[in-house]
Design a protein around this ligand. Sequence first.
Ligand code: SF4
Length: 369
Amino acid sequence: MLNVDKLYRVRWNTFDNANAMVEPTTFCQLNCPKCYREVGKEGSRPINIDLDIVRKEIDELKKIRNIETVTLAGGDPLLYPHIIKLVKYCRKINIKVRICTNGILLDSELLIKLRNAGTNEVLIHLDKYQGRGDENEQYAIRKRFCELFREFPEVNLGFMVMIRGVEEDNLERLASFYIANSDVIRLVSFIFTKDIRSEQVQANPNTENLEKLIVFLSARYNCSPAAYFGKKINKKIPSWLIFVPVFSDGRAIGYIDSSLYAISSKLARLIKGKHWFLTNKNTINPYTLFFGIFNLNARKILKNYTKESIDNKFSNRMNYQIITVNYGPDQTSEGWDLCDPCPDAILYDGKLVPSCLLERIKEGENIQF
Ligand code: SF4
């Protein structure tokens, strides 16, 4: 297993964290298997939360968690009737907005409205378990979004996919697509499907598929993980892994390693008083790399970028892609082994709880950070 001690551990916690999640609606057009919110469950009645209540929730999160970004999820937040007003409110109080959506409603008209309201990032959940056509049709949807977001560079594009394993989910084809479109895809999120409804206690979680994915991504992107979030109980297993490969016009030219990631995080904290999480663009200004000139990987990126620039008569652009791997909670004999920290915490009954286990909490299970 990967030795997490060699990676930068992201220094967020429950009450000082870059992100939190808000779910203004539980309406959704799809019925994804293992949806944490169980929106398609028989007998469930979807609701839209009152706009004032959602605004107050965001105020509270800002106050108690020092958030830079709020992730609007659900349900599908694009079905929320007040979505534009909500995004505008976040901008007014200086909170960045990421929208986590299936993208079904997203066209250029809506994207313009979302951009004008202040949306920073749209993360599109699209995978083979949603019943959205065959593989080729899913790629056509992905391609359409890449083309759309190239027209609106002010809004970051991300893709999220639920996975079971490298071969099972044909990640080779997926990774090739993400690399080929790395100019516009800023975030790629691989989320392992976990059966959070199971009562089964796992003495030793089977991390074989996680290990295979780490090997695959390291080889495919020619990079190593930069940072991680731990787990509450099993300190040797990462709950989130972060890779940051760097590209010049779709060609990998290096990666941000642990020490560069640590420097960027610490600088953001020092300058902005916030955690480093969401920026407006995925482009890298080559001059910023001179700050890391003592770092072997920074020098390699600069060298490769310079070579590419000469070959391309200085018309190329440098950008990064953030790849996250989420290996969520396990139920152990000592309780739920949660992500530590949990960036996707949500307010429930005035308390911060992990959004993935909210349905169990609603049924009375006592799950705390
Ligand atoms: S513990 Fe938090 S970060 Fe981890 S899977 Fe659950 S909600 Fe997401």
